[in-house]
Design a protein around this ligand. Structure first.
Ligand code: C2O
Ligand code: CU
Length: 482
């Protein structure tokens, strides 16, 4: 199934379908679990079926949480406690849940062997932790993520501010990317060596909240102000979104508030693992339609979906003030002047210069890494394979660090650090506007990105590429904070 091979027929179907989709809610609506939260008591990972492809295709066999992909939207108040049990209903694979972006105790981080035993089929694991930061987060397995996330195991977690900014609606969009056969079955070449050494597993069907994206328009009313929380749950696809004549204001990145600002000329670049909170004033005309384009990959201008205005105007239409900033989260401010500096060199991949790397202690030439271990990537000369590898870095608790992520490869890597958030200081020596807090930063080919953090959360934390086949292919390691 080709992503762009639909043309006019799809558009006509979309126009018909959109009428019946008006104001359709978020799939997998939460059940109440107390006054301060809305989420189910149990998340069961299991096989299910869902209509992901356009309507004329059959439903797709997926793996979901509580029978849906994305899994249920979890909502909890900032400072509240999340208590949720994972039940492994998969037939043959172990699993865990990683709470991406949440600064939680190490034992709740969901990394098999490193922070907890893997949860075997039929078993359960109770997660319980406080959520210190408001914002948009997500959850997914950390066992064979390149397969389990690609089969549909992922969902959004919203941590609500005590006083959110005033909007008419708060929407969550979980973006996913599926590699499908002509019969809309998930292609099972999850660990393809070519994908692994190149851009990762790119799909052919993009969904929003588990629905074929082009049949899932952003329903809007002229005059309303909407907060749109985007989560990129794709295993490799990077999005570069443009909202036609609209001027979205970025208020948070990876859940963390940022000085409200307009998108730059590249649009909203959202790599795997990343989130962005946008505030959009729908100032178009009733009945109007506007394409949301994805232009990240050169030469591939794809329609993600459309903004579809209802016929009437919003009741509260009228001039709005500037979008106010979100209240800051309680983060320790790193001071680059007193920071210790380290380099993390990202290496390998197709057409790269990496000739050999350390694999479980032994130095192997790249050909043997590939053939015998399915490894093509390394960080500082080590192809990360298991929890038994020595840590990449040992950081002292409470100290300040600047890490230079130096991409020596010909590929882009969204690098994610567990348990902490960091400020993005500079790209190739040029200061980054707003110095955003992030937990995942896109390091473009041959680029060096400097990040700064206070190592304030003790434990062994994963650092890895969120193109999940790159992670599996060696671009991962452990940062020890002790
Ligand atoms: Cu979202 Cu280690 O992952
Ligand atoms: Cu990568």
């Amino acid at each position: 199934m080709g992503r762009d091979g639909e043309g006019g027929a799809a558009r006509r179907r979309f126009l018909k379908a959109s009428a019946s989709l008006a104001l359709a809610g978020f799939c997998g609506a939460p059940r109440a679990a107390g006054a301060d939260a809305a989420y189910p008591a149990v998340l069961e990972a299991a096989a299910a079926e869902q209509q992901l492809a356009p309507a004329q295709y059959p439903a797709t066999a997926i793996w979901g949480y509580n029978d849906t992909t994305p899994g249920p939207l979890l909502r909890v108040k900032q400072g509240g406690r999340l208590r949720i049990t994972l039940a492994n209903g998969l037939a043959r694979q172990d699993t865990t849940v990683h709470w991406h972006g949440i600064r939680l105790p190490n034992a709740m981080d969901g990394v098999p062997h490193l922070t907890q035993p893997p949860v075997r089929p039929g078993e359960r694991f109770a997660y319980e932790f406080d959520v210190p930061d408001a914002g948009t987060y997500w959850y997914h397995p950390h066992v064979a993520s390149y397969e389990q996330v690609a089969r549909g195991l992922h969902g959004a977690l919203v941590v609500e501010e005590e006083r959110p900014i005033e909007v008419d609606r708060d929407l969550v969009w979980v973006l996913a990317d599926w590699r499908m056969t002509r019969r809309a079955a998930i292609q099972e070449d999850f660990n393809d060596l070519h994908d692994l050494a190149h851009a990762g597993r790119l799909g052919s069907v993009v969904t929003i909240n588990g629905r074929y994206a082009r049949e899932y328009p952003l329903e809007a009313r002229a005059g309303e102000r909407v907060r749109l929380r985007l989560v990129n749950a794709a295993v490799a696809r990077i999005f570069g979104l443009r909202f036609a004549a609209h001027r979205p204001v970025v208020v948070a990145l990876d859940g963390q508030p940022v000085a409200p600002h307009a998108l730059d000329e590249r649009g909203l670049v959202l790599a795997p693992g990343m989130r962005a909170d946008l505030v959009i004033d729908f100032d178009g005309k009733p009945g109007g339609r506007h394409v949301i384009e994805d232009t990240y990959y050169p030469g591939d201008r794809a329609t993600l979906t459309e903004i579809a205005y209802a016929d009437g105007a919003h009741a509260r239409a009228g001039a709005r003030g500037a979008v106010p900033p979100l209240p800051a989260n309680p983060l320790a401010e790193p001071d680059p002047a007193k920071a210790e500096r380290h380099v993390l060199a990202l290496q390998g991949g197709a057409m790269g210069a990496l000739r050999e790397a350390r694999v479980r202690g032994a130095v192997l030439p790249i050909q043997r890494m590939l053939r015998e271990h399915h490894l093509a990537w390394a960080i500082n000369g080590v192809a990360g394979k298991s929890h038994e590898d020595a840590p990449l870095l040992e950081l002292r608790r409470g100290r300040h660090y600047v890490l230079a992520l130096r991409n020596e490869t010909g590929w882009d890597h969204p690098i994610h650090l567990h348990g902490h958030v960091f400020r993005v200081l500079a790209r190739d020596g040029t200061p980054v506007p707003h110095r955003p807090w992030r937990d995942t930063v896109l390091v473009s080919r041959r680029e060096t990105v400097e990040i700064a953090l206070v190592a304030d959360n003790p434990g062994d934390w994963m650092l890895h590429c969120h193109a999940l086949l790159h992670q599996e292919g060696g671009m991962m390691g452990v940062i020890r904070v002790g």
